[in-house]
Design a protein around this ligand. Structure first.
Ligand code: ATP
Ligand code: MG
Length: 363
């Protein structure tokens, strides 16, 4: 009978969510043990948070959930709250732990920018599709907590399946896909909840059944702040691709992005100039909407490669909004060709950048 009751208590705890997250405290691994004696349930919960209110909310919700279990006459919650490790400690631990997290992924490539809205997600998605079309085994992981894009850009609405405790990535257009958006709720506040999100990212790597991949493309959140820095330290990157637009301000931000990666010893594979030129769909004339060529200049000045130039075209935006990236929608068009060239440049850069160490060896 106690066993049956314990099962019921576990089940009830699976309905208790961590505040602000759509996931429950059992799947986060916070519940360390459940024991029921003479109808009294004792639950041990351990969690890492800096937020005492969140801890208390979990305690109250767990108490209520367990108290409501049929056959349980009393409930005690033994809650231990540990302070999260400092950023340096967390980074060090992550680095020590990482190689085993995704042992079958040969190279992780981050798509980043100093500034928001320059087309990182668009580039990441189409780069992934273009790499897949070239026969590479490709994954795309969206770690943009500010506004995940992969679900929209690939037209995925449902939550991922879990088989044998492994989260199954979606497979669409030849790319294995996963997004923090599938885990974070739409109403999750747009703030950087460091440790929780870090844990989620760790799970996106360790608990997702990526299988063997040649390249895992990461769609990073915009900016060069702490959030990005932590991601770059958490995940063993083979290299970074910096997206910029031709305006001078965007280029300044690209420089900041470069500096950030250099600081953490991640090789920058090169720059992509997005919204580079406008090709008229009617007459084919190329117009330089913004001052064209800034990407090439910045690349020269900073001593990195210009990996590609992507034209500005509403069709590229429409493809993304409709869940069909332009590389899928118009695979033989000029825009897809630009992304195919980018994919080739990234592949070459990975092979030739001496420090683009896939830190993880395929065994
Ligand atoms: N080459 C392009 N031509 C036309 N529209 C584009 C192009 N690249 C991106 N866009 C559009 O610009 C907007 C911003 O692009 P995207 O979401 O890819 O940028 P982002 O850098 O990922 O943004 P964020 O910083 O918010 O994550 C989107 O509406 C996208 O469809
Ligand atoms: Mg984005």
């Amino acid at each position: 009978m106690a066993k049956v009751l314990e099962e019921r208590v576990w089940e009830a705890l699976r309905a208790v969510r961590f505040p602000g997250m759509s996931r429950d405290i059992v799947s986060f691994g916070f519940v360390k043990g459940v024991a029921v004696h003479d109808g009294v349930a004792k639950v041990a919960i351990e969690m890492t948070t800096r937020d005492p209110d969140a801890a208390e909310a979990v305690r109250a919700a767990a108490l209520q959930a367990v108290g409501g279990v049929d056959g349980v006459t009393g409930a005690e919650i033994d809650l231990r709250v540990a302070a999260p490790p400092s950023r340096e400690e967390a980074a060090q631990r992550a680095i020590a732990r990482n190689p085993s997290l995704i042992p079958e992924v040969a190279a992780v490539v981050a798509v980043a920018s100093g500034k928001g809205g320059v087309g990182k997600s668009t580039v990441a998605a189409n780069l992934a599709v273009a790499l897949a079309r070239a026969g590479r085994r490709v994954g795309l992981l969206d770690v943009d907590i500010y506004g995940p894009s992969v679900p929209t850009m690939f037209g995925i609405a449902e939550r991922p399946r879990v088989i044998d405790n492994r989260i199954q990535p979606y497979e669409k257009f030849g790319v294995r896909l996963m997004s923090l958006g599938f885990i974070l709720d739409d109403d999750t506040p747009v703030i950087w909840r460091g440790p929780m999100v870090m844990r989620a990212i760790e799970q996106m790597l360790g608990d997702v059944d990526w299988g063997a991949l040649d390249v895992l493309v990461l769609d990073l959140p915009p900016g060069t702040g702490d959030a990005q820095l932590t991601v770059t330290q958490k995940i063993p990157l083979a290299g970074a691709v910096i997206v910029t637009t031709p305006q001078d301000v965007a280029l300044l931000d690209a420089r900041k992005g470069l500096q950030m990666f250099r600081k953490v010893n991640v090789p920058v594979l090169g720059i992509v100039e997005n919204m580079s030129t406008f090709v008229c769909p009617h007459c084919g004339t190329e117009t330089h909407v913004f001052r064209h060529g800034g990407g090439a200049r910045t690349a020269r000045e900073l001593g990195v490669a210009l990996l590609g130039e992507i034209p500005l075209d509403p069709a590229i935006a429409e493809g993304g909004d409709a869940g069909r990236p332009i590389t899928v929608e118009q695979p033989d068009g000029p825009h897809a060709a630009a992304f195919v060239r980018l994919a080739e440049a990234v592949t070459t850069a990975l092979a030739t950048t001496p420090t683009a160490r896939p830190q993880i060896q395929i065994v």
